[in-house]
Ligand binder design. Structure first.
Ligand SMILES: Cc1cc2nc3c(=O)[nH]c(=O)nc-3n(C[C@H](O)[C@H](O)[C@H](O)COP(=O)(O)OP(=O)(O)OC[C@H]3O[C@@H](n4cnc5c(N)ncnc54)[C@H](O)[C@@H]3O)c2cc1C
Length: 291
């Protein structure tokens, strides 16, 4: 590992100054990705900027309108240990409570998981399904981006030079809605998704028709995917097995996976369908439990 300086700024202004000082910078939140990449020589920098000491990046709260605002460097365990987060946003907890093991979850942040831009990251498809947005900040101001527009390739995201992720924002769930995230891994824990699916469903007042839906996939393309065709297949329909199967087929059709040591193209396409259907069933169940 090459030598680098370690900086621990105490304010966002100090972070922006450090990023803009002309040296090659990398941010450090939990370090569970970046330290591994530095050690293996896959990344290098002149300075590592630790953002874990910045108060607004390490807290989370519900706003009066029910939006969950999560500081980018908030550890995963802090989120899923919050009973209000568990009650109001269970699909987020589905995703963040399966990332690595407890030691990883106690350090790793949600912002790091999204910024690392792995096609197989667990929180990203769940956030896409939940309609989350990202607040990005730089010295010259802030902007907001839907999560599905953030990852632009394996290991590549939409951050501009000088910009950092400040917050993940998850809107309050609609009335009569449910969401669910899960993945397929060949082992029970400490593995990376072969394929994953996150969905959310909002039903009408009688739970007879689907008013809106969002379906997202992980690990079946170069980036996590939002699948508009699956949402279109569901919208306005009764939540039946046949309709869920159609949405699953739309998800499989949009998947463009690769074959690697974890799985083949055929297996991943099949999983895209099966995981979507099962996630829809579980989201429907949650929408009924929430009534
Ligand atoms: C044993 C092990 C098991 C794992 N299992 C899983 C798993 O099951 N599922 C999964 O999805 N991941 C898994 N991971 C990957 C990793 O733990 C997650 O991606 C984690 O959430 C990253 O968060 P972090 O805070 O540690 O990020 P860091 O390593 O600190 O940062 C990751 C990247 O994001 C950048 N970054 C961090 N914060 C910001 C910010 N606010 N603004 C801009 N850029 C930023 C960093 O510069 C770096 O490039 C595993 C890792 C290990 C070591």
């Amino acid at each position: 590992m090459e030598a680098f300086d370690y900086l621990a700024p105490r304010s966002l202004a100090e972070v922006y100054d450090a990023i803009g000082n002309g040296r090659r910078s990398l941010l450090l939140a939990g370090g569970t990705d970046v330290i591994v990449q530095l050690r293996e020589g896959r990344r290098s920098c002149d300075q590592l900027i630790d953002i874990k000491h910045i108060e607004e990046l390490t807290r989370h709260a519900f706003t009066p309108d029910g939006t969950l605002e999560i500081g980018a460097a908030t550890p995963l365990a802090e989120l899923y240990e919050d009973t209000e987060v568990r009650r109001r946003v269970p699909a987020l907890v589905d995703a963040i409570s399966i990332i690595g093991g407890i030691a990883i979850q106690s350090r790793a942040s949600i912002g790091g998981n999204v910024c690392n831009a792995s096609p197989a990251a667990d929180s990203t498809p769940a956030l896409i399904a939940l309609g989350a947005t990202l607040l990005l900040g730089s010295k010259s101001g802030n902007r907001e981006l839907p999560v599905e527009e953030f990852v632009i390739g394996p290991g590549r995201n939409a951050l501009q030079p000088g910009e950092i992720l400040l917050q993940v924002r998850i809107p309050a769930p609609a009335a009569n809605s449910g969401a669910f995230y899960h993945r397929f891994i060949p082992r029970n824990e400490m593995d990376i998704a072969v394929a994953s699916a996150g969905v959310s469903l909002a039903l009408d007042a009688n739970s007879e028709r689907i008013e809106s839906a969002r379906v997202a996939l992980g690990a079946v393309a170069a980036t996590p995917l939002l699948v508009p065709a699956a949402a279109e297949a569901l919208q306005g329909q009764a939540p039946t097995t046949e309709i869920f199967a159609k949405a699953g087929e739309a998800a499989a059709a949009m998947a463009s996976p690769i074959t690697d040591m974890r799985g083949s193209v055929a297996q991943r396409k099949h999983l895209a369908k099966v995981l979507t259907v099962r996630a829809l069933e579980r989201a429907l169940q949650r929408s009924r439990e929430a009534r």
